[in-house]
Structures are given as structure tokens and as C-alpha cells.
Design a protein around this ligand. Structure first.
Ligand code: GRF
Length: 210
């Protein structure tokens, strides 16, 4: 029996290299139905158009307009029948309405090992804190910023010679593998969320030997 791929909306604000990784990932489990951005100049829009994916721009008009911004994004995703939102370098915080409309179906990629260094400047924070390891977290979005249940993490070393660009480049190599894998697992129904814990279901044929 073949199962339909899960329709997802991808939200971006910039270069869209994570979007590209999602496009390039060979998966029967998900398909990108729309790319939505808050920035009309986001290069990720070019990537979407080249891949034949519909795009939409929703301008961000400040915190006091967050609910309207969130509603517009959710409406566009719903028009394209998306069942989940993937925040792939999306630099805005969505309002609570999004969690209600896509419950346990919003996933974010963040460039640090959460709970260390949440927020917009995670790479710079890691450098200035002097950590020797940092990395990537893919997690479900909840009502707090960079906080929800963790699906996957990967680490990278921080070298003494690093600046923010070199460290971010190393982090992105991990993101481009971890994010599509996590979306694949989510879309194939392999994840169980229990409070903060995300469990990866074993394939039915897997025998546990003790
Ligand atoms: C990524 O490092 C992501 O973790 C962060 O913003 C960056 C976006 O990169 N939130 P790109 O637009 O996917 O190239």
C-alpha cells in the first residue's frame, strides 16, 4: 500500500540552503507544497521557483502585528493543504495561533545545541561564550522561542581560529543532513512525542535483543 507524501510548507527568511537540502533530499514521505517568506529578497525564493514550488511573501510589520502575520502565513499554508510547517532559517517568531492550527506539526532548525544559545545570534553567542562544541538542534516548536521537544541534534567542534562565518558553515553542513532526515521521520509517522521527549518508533520488523 503506498502512502501519500505529507504536504509541508517551508518558511524561510534568507539564503534557503536548508530549503535546498529539503528539496534535494530524496523522500517519498514529504513534498513541499509552498515556500513562504517574510522577505521578498530572500534567495530561497529563487531556489523554490527553480524547483517549481509555489511561493508567497508575507511582510512582517512589527511585533504588534504578529497575530495578523501568523494568521496570513497559516492561511497560505492551509490554502496549499500543508499539514505541517517547517521553519528553515525563518527569522520571525510565530504567534500562538500557529500552534493551534498546526498542533505538534511545526518544526524548526536552530544553529546551536539547545538549550544553549537560543535566539537570533546563536553562532556568535557560542563563539563569545568560548564553548568547544556547538551544533544543530531540530525541534518541535512550542510557545517559547527555540524551546520545544528535541527531535535530533548534531555537534561540531569550535576551533580557536573560527569566526562566525567559518563556524556557521560547519554547522550548516550538519543542518543539511539533520533537517531533511528529521522531516522524513516526522512525515513517515516515526516520531512519538511524550511531553518533552521525542521517541523514534522502531520499524515493526525490528527485533530487540537484550
Ligand atoms: C540556519 O543556520 C538556521 O539554523 C538559522 O538560519 C540559518 C538559515 O540558513 N536559523 P539558510 O537560509 O537555510 O541557508
Amino acid at each position: 500500500m503506498s502512502v501519500e507524501p505529507l504536504p509541508i510548507a517551508v518558511l524561510i527568511s534568507g539564503s534557503g540552503s536548508n530549503l535546498q537540502a529539503l528539496i534535494d533530499h530524496t523522500s517519498d514521505a514529504y513534498r513541499i507544497v509552498v515556500v513562504i517568506t517574510d522577505r521578498a529578497d530572500a534567495y530561497g525564493l529563487v531556489r523554490a521557483v527553480e524547483a517549481g514550488i509555489p511561493t508567497a511573501v508575507v511582510a512582517y510589520e512589527g511585533r504588534d502585528q504578529r497575530d495578523r502575520f501568523t494568521r496570513a502565513i497559516c492561511d497560505i499554508a492551509a490554502e496549499h493543504e500543508a499539514a505541517a510547517l517547517v521553519l528553515a532559517g525563518f527569522m520571525r517568531v510565530l504567534g500562538m495561533d500557529a500552534m493551534g492550527r498546526f498542533p505538534e506539526a511545526i518544526i524548526n532548525v536552530h544553529p546551536s545545541l539547545l538549550p544553549s544559545f537560543p535566539g537570533a545570534s546563536a553562532v556568535e553567542q557560542a563563539l563569545s561564550h568560548g564553548v568547544k562544541l556547538t551544533g544543530v538542534t531540530v525541534h518541535f516548536v512550542d510557545e517559547q522561542v527555540d524551546h520545544g521537544p528535541i527531535i535530533a541534534q548534531g555537534s561540531v567542534p569550535v576551533f580557536e581560529t573560527d569566526d562566525a562565518d567559518s563556524l556557521h558553515a560547519r554547522i550548516q553542513q550538519i543542518e543539511h543532513v539533520l533537517l531533511p532526515d528529521a522531516i522524513d521521520q516526522f512525515a513517515s509517522g516515526s516520531l512519538d512525542v511524550h511531553g518533552r521527549l521525542v521517541r523514534h518508533k522502531l520499524p515493526q520488523s525490528t527485533e530487540i535483543v537484550q
